[in-house]
Design a binder for this molecule. Structure first.
Ligand code: ADP
Ligand code: ZN
Ligand code: ZN
Length: 696
């Protein structure tokens, strides 16, 4: 493979006779240059970049996409350096095959961003670039993609907005404008319904006015159509592109090229949009900045929020992080004076109050099939008033586990250390981690008793219980199982809006962003486990989720009510949620983090390892820990532990945590540790580093 392997002897000059697909330049005069070498980043699981000879008469400055021979195949790579020599013997160097004509070279700022991501997240540059290039543009043979149309005439401004800004909205906008000339991170902390969207739209208008591009990030694909519609309505003349993984390859490539050429004025999308190239980015906005889905959980494990801030810093532009429940990292940044703070403390529309939140003590009011008397009663009142209720539960399936009362057997996945979830409608047990499915057994596989019963409350089981308790009510369930069919989610949301659904049951898919004027009750079921989770962020996530789902209750003229069923009604977290006191929660949580030495008061990285062979990951990690300690850096090295999900799809997984008091201490250590590990050439165990992990 490649020029580094195989010892292919290469002529010192040559002529190409191959025909090239549309979209690629013929190789100049057909001769390669012996004077110019190119270092090319390729998407291969190897650390180094590769050297090739340039083609005579074909300009391939850094950032250029080129097609190169690789083993017996061809690959698209990105030139990172032009030079006049290589550590590889000249005779063994191969020439690039062609320059990719229909993709302009990446700009220095974009290339710099990718280099930063590679260094910070400890991944090969080629892999980072591959993650940043849409799949279509990585194909060595494909049809030519037409150049994006240049942006249309500037948007007619003086656009109409339905609202007079509230005073806090005005102040928030001013707070961003105040630093518009340079890097200016602003945390926009606004309660649900406080009108953050209006603030975003006005800031985007400012940016378009200056002829620059705006990037808007959302945590979930499901939220993009709604925001896209708002942006298009507000800026009818502007060219707006969505960017997310559900686009087909052609659209994704077109959005990417439009962002790169400057034809796209507004790009809105999920985390991957932060890695798009921009010709002249003038503003970045990260909505729901606290959301864990901004962190990619495999491959290049980047945080789109953090990359957005970094990018804004490099470009010297404002970046706005918006949330009703900001991350503790961002709160700490405000406290330390690194971020400016703008607050929207009240709901924007006149007369719209925050919902009344209360707990129901499930030790006194014992739930029947997951439902307390108080909650059923509250739903009945809504039905009588023709209002809607939302029952929120953070788990899908009928029930987490099938359980044998006789011998305590329960349904577990043979490939993962996880319970199989019972999906009664389909008569199946399913593993939510590896996808394994099996029929629901009629009797216990261990003791053959027929006394099998589900434990816990999945969405299906709640649905059945509600149908029984509320005959005649129109009930719909939304979770990943019911919405696997395309368009189903939208159908349910439309029905809620049209008023043809009385009770909506669902998981976190329902927590965000959807506005229903007739929805006045939110019931929260089964969320206590997060209070006692091993995940140090569990409480923060629970708080955010409760605030978000509470935000669905009541708008404008109708007051909302939220009922949280819990065994721990006096827990301080619920008290803070009930009194809408985020600051209190954040102060307490930050104090705990400080004592425990967790982020934002420390910086973490996880070395993850997995292998099909039991014991190997731990052996590898023990060795890795020894290597780490040997580096004598100002870094704490813990002991290997099993991953939260110890077996997944037949792999045993373990992890090793390291902690430092600053990024400045952690980063050089990680670089040295990683090269030391690479040098050992581990083959039995797959390993990777996770910098700033979400869960440890
Ligand atoms: P958030 O994103 O902060 O949860 P939204 O942006 O969805 O809040 O706004 C909530 C509601 O308030 C929307 O219906 C919006 O139209 C309305 N709204 C926003 N700004 C104003 C304003 N200045 N005056 C009146 N209503 C407003
Ligand atoms: Zn049994
Ligand atoms: Zn499994």
């Amino acid at each position: 493979m490649g020029h580094r392997h195989g010892g292919i002897s290469f002529p010192l000059a040559g002529t190409y006779s191959q025909t090239y697909p549309q979209g690629f330049s013929p190789p100049g005069n057909g001769r390669f240059s012996l004077l110019k070498t190119l270092r090319v980043a390729l998407d291969v699981p190897l650390e180094e970049n590769f050297d090739f000879l340039a083609l005579e008469g074909v300009e391939t400055p850094p950032g250029s996409l080129v097609v190169v021979p690789f083993g017996r195949s061809r690959k698209v790579g990105v030139v990172v350096l032009e030079g006049t020599g290589s550590t590889i013997a000249l005779a063994r160097l191969r020439a690039i095959e062609a320059r990719v004509e229909d993709v302009p070279p990446l700009g220095a700022a974009d290339l710099g961003l990718f280099e930063f991501c590679a260094a910070y997240y400890q991944r090969p540059l080629g892999e980072v670039i591959a993650a940043c290039l849409p799949p279509r543009l990585r194909q060595p043979s494909r049809r030519r993609i037409p150049a994006p149309e240049p942006a249309r005439a500037p948007t007619p401004h003086g656009f109409s907005s339905a609202h007079e800004l509230t005073a806090p909205q005005r102040e928030a906008i001013e707070a961003v404008r105040a630093g518009a000339g340079g890097f200016h991170p602003v945390l926009l902390h606004g309660v649900t319904g406080s009108g953050k969207t209006e603030v975003y739209l006005r800031l985007i208008a400012d940016t378009l006015d200056r002829g620059r591009q705006a990037l808007f990030l959302l945590p979930e694909i499901g939220l993009t159509p709604q925001f896209e519609a708002q942006v298009r309505k507000r800026f009818p003349g502007a060219s707006v592109y969505a960017a997310h993984s559900h686009l087909n390859e052609g659209d994704r490539a077109r959005a990417w090229l439009a962002a790169q050429s400057g034809a796209a004025q507004v790009v809105l999308g999920t985390r991957l949009a932060v890695l798009m190239p921009f010709r002249d980015l003038g503003l970045a906005i990260v909505d729901e900045e606290h959301d864990g889905s901004y962190k990619q959980q495999e491959g290049l494990r980047y945080s789109a929020r953090d990359v957005a801030v970094r990018r804004a810093q490099k470009l010297g532009i404002p970046v706005v992080l918006g949330s009703a429940t900001p991350s503790l990292e961002s709160i700490a940044n405000v406290r330390d004076g690194r971020y400016a703070l703008a607050r929207l403390p009240q709901r924007a529309s006149a007369g719209s109050a925050m919902p009344a939140i209360r707990t129901v003590d499930t030790r006194a009011d014992r739930p029947h099939d997951g439902l307390t008397f108080a909650l059923v009663d509250a739903i009945r009142k809504r039905l009588a008033r023709q209002e809607q209720s939302l029952i929120f539960l953070n788990r899908r399936g009928f029930s987490p586990v099938l359980f044998c009362r006789a011998c305590s057997w329960h349904s577990t996945c043979t490939r993962c250390s996880a319970n199989l979830v019972m999906h009664r409608r389909d008569g199946e047990l399913r593993c939510h981690h590896c996808g394994r499915r099996s029929r629901i057994p009629a009797a216990c596989p261990t003791c053959h008793a027929a006394d099998l019963a589900p434990v816990g409350h999945g969405t299906q089981r709640l649905e059945d219980a509600l149908r029984e308790a509320l005959p005649g009510a129109r009930i719909a369930r939304v979770d990943r199982d019911t919405t696997a069919r395309k368009g189903e989610l939208k159908r349910v949301f439309d029905a809620v809006r049209a008023g043809t659904i009385d009770v909506l049951i669902g998981t976190q898919m329902l927590a965000k962003g959807h506005d229903y004027p007739r929805l006045t009750l939110v019931g929260v079921v089964d969320c206590d486990s997060a209070l006692f989770s091993a995940d140090f962020r569990a409480a923060e996530k629970l708080f955010a989720q409760l605030v978000q789902v509470s935000g669905r209750a009541g708008r404008a003229d109708r007051a909302g009510e939220v009922i949280i069923q819990t065994d721990f009604p006096t827990h301080p977290l619920y008290a803070a949620v009930a009194s809408h006191d985020f600051d209190r929660f954040a102060s307490d949580a930050l104090a705990e983090r400080r004592v425990a030495g967790f982020p934002p008061y420390s910086f973490l990285a996880l070395l993850r390892a997995e292998s099909k062979k039991a014991g190997e990951p731990t052996t590898f990690l023990r060795d890795a820990a020894r290597v780490a300690r040997g580096l004598r850096a100002a870094v704490e090295v813990f002991d290997p532990v099993p991953a939260t999900l110890e077996r997944k799809a037949g792999f045993e997984r373990a992890q090793l945590l390291v902690r430092a008091s600053s990024r400045a201490a952690l980063q050089p250590f990680l670089r040295r540790w990683r090269s030391a590990l690479l040098e050992r050439g581990e083959r039995r165990v797959r390993w990777s580093l996770d910098v700033d992990p979400q869960e440890v």
